[in-house]
Structures are given as structure tokens and as C-alpha cells.
Design a protein around this ligand. Structure first.
Ligand code: MF3
Ligand code: CO
Ligand code: CO
Length: 275
């Protein structure tokens, strides 16, 4: 018998409304996360000067279909694409379209897929053509900031510990952390409690427990942290037009740390890695 959607949820909620998943739920997240990661690996060859972001998104749509999976973003709050593609000063939620990539453009591609009801959400940076020194430094700091956050994921630590790890690293490198967008719980849903802030104070916020699933997805600006949303009601840009970068993994808290569900099978998570 097919259960009503809410009854498929196992485990319990914490007092902060954060779902504690069962050990058996990790397998579903692993499969969904792996598909998101394989799509992000395979899309790298589609990023080059002269290419449109719509063409990249078309290939992603096809890859999701061919995998027998579902895009989490098509139809989400009226969004119509299988990815968000955020170029240069676009912070996040860039809409794929007729925009033609030019040499030196940096872009985040964010893909969320649903496999057997589980959500895999990941994004990475890519470059069209040659990577400039300043963009390379921004991308490196953003990537490393994500991993500072991931290193703080273990039972007993708090969400504030994740935030402060990211913020202190980014600001120590004289860049800024975007405050207007955050990571999120996920699992059999796209966006669930908690809001995973990429800034904060040590020891504050909810305590991490084994079985929590969430994303960490810091956005880092070369200039000031403020953003604004364009008239399309989706595209978020830096107010000062400075370059912005983002990396995102979906993770699950384990007994002694975390499992990253969206690791790149090809070792291509960073634009200068892999072949
Ligand atoms: N994948 C994004 C995230 O990391 C959400 C995109 S929602 C969309 O949470 F509708 F803009 F695609
Ligand atoms: Co996300
Ligand atoms: Co995402």
C-alpha cells in the first residue's frame, strides 16, 4: 500500500523541528546525492565561451530524465529550470537563459534531484575559458570555507559552530559571507529546518545530532556582503557588483562526524581539478 506522504517520514523531530533520520535513510541520500554529483561532473564540458546558460540547463534536464530521476527545481515555486546558473556577480538563483558565456566568466551551477523520494542538492563553480587570478582566489576561499564548515559537523557541536568556522575563515581572507541566503535541512523534502547560517557564534544554535541531513552552501563575495533580488524575483546579485562564488554539499551527521552525500565521483568538485 502507498502511504500518504507524511507517513513515509521515519525517525523523530527535535525541539527545533529538525528531523532525525534513521541509519537506513543514509542509503537514499547517498543515491540522490551521487546523481547530483555525477550530473555536476558531466556538465563541465558544456561550460565554455560562446555557450548559453540555457544550453547548459537543457543538458542537465536531459541527464536528470535519462537517470529516471526528477528535478526538484522544475515547478518549485513556479521555477521552470533544472538548475540555477549564477554568473560572476550573481550570488545565487540565476535563471538559465540566452546569456552567452564569455572568456573568464565564473559560474555556479546548482542542481537538486529527487531519487526514490530523496533530495540531493549540490552546487559548484565552473569557469568559461581562462580563470583570472582574482576569481581563482575567490573560488579557492569559498571552496575551503565550505570544508571548514563541514569539518565542524559532528554530534554535540552546534549550527553556530559551523557558521563561525565559515565566517572567520572568509573574513580572515578579507572577503565577505552573504547573510541573505542560507543552507537548509533536506531529506524527503527540499527545504526543511534548520536554516544553516554561514556566519554566527560558537556554541549558539541547535545542537547537531546523528541522523540530521542538511546542506552547507556558503556564498562569498569579493566585496560587500549585501545582495538584492532582480525584477525577475529570483536572481540575487551583489549590490556592489563584486564577484561572488558558492559551493554546496548535502551532508548527514554520523556518530563521529558527517557523510558528504554529494562528493564528486570524478574528483571534479573544484574547477581546477580533474581532466
Ligand atoms: N538548489 C537551491 C538550494 O541550494 C534552491 C534552488 S530553488 C530554485 O537550496 F527554484 F531556484 F531552483
Ligand atoms: Co541547497
Ligand atoms: Co542547491
Amino acid at each position: 500500500m502507498e502511504l500518504p506522504v507524511d507517513d513515509r517520514h521515519q525517525g523523530r523531530l527535535t525541539k527545533d523541528g529538525i528531523r532525525i533520520h534513521d541509519p537506513s535513510d543514509f542509503a537514499g541520500m547517498r543515491t540522490a546525492g551521487d546523481l547530483a554529483a555525477r550530473i555536476l561532473d558531466a556538465i563541465a564540458v558544456e561550460v565554455f565561451p560562446g555557450q548559453t546558460t540555457a544550453a547548459i540547463d537543457d543538458v542537465i534536464t536531459r541527464m536528470v530524465e535519462e537517470a529516471g530521476a526528477t528535478s526538484a527545481t522544475i515547478g518549485y515555486k513556479g521555477y521552470q529550470h533544472a538548475s540555477c546558473i549564477s554568473v560572476n556577480h550573481v550570488v545565487c538563483h540565476g535563471i538559465p537563459g540566452a546569456k552567452v558565456l564569455k572568456d573568464g566568466d565564473i559560474l555556479n551551477i546548482d542542481v537538486t534531484v529527487i531519487v526514490d523520494g530523496w533530495f540531493g542538492d549540490s552546487s559548484r563553480m565552473y569557469v568559461a575559458g581562462k580563470l583570472s587570478r582574482k576569481a581563482e582566489r575567490l573560488i579557492q576561499i569559498t571552496h575551503d570555507a565550505l570544508f571548514k564548515g563541514i569539518e565542524a559537523v559532528r554530534p554535540g557541536n552546534t549550527f553556530g559552530d559551523i557558521g563561525v568556522a565559515i565566517q572567520s575563515y572568509v573574513e580572515g581572507n578579507r572577503m565577505s559571507v552573504v547573510r541573505d541566503f542560507c543552507g537548509h535541512g533536506l531529506g524527503r523534502v527540499f527545504h526543511a529546518p534548520p536554516n544553516v547560517l554561514h556566519y554566527g557564534r560558537a556554541g549558539t544554535g541547535a545542537i547537531l545530532e546523528e541522523g540530521m541531513f542538511f546542506t552547507i552552501e556558503p556564498m562569498v563575495n569579493l566585496g560587500r556582503p549585501e545582495t538584492k533580488v532582480l525584477a525577475d524575483d529570483w536572481t540575487a546579485v551583489t549590490r556592489d557588483k563584486s564577484l561572488s562564488a558558492q559551493f554546496e554539499h548535502s551532508v548527514g551527521v554520523t556518530a563521529d562526524g558527517c557523510e558528504i552525500f554529494t562528493l564528486s565521483p570524478g574528483g571534479r568538485f573544484h574547477p581546477t581539478w580533474g581532466g
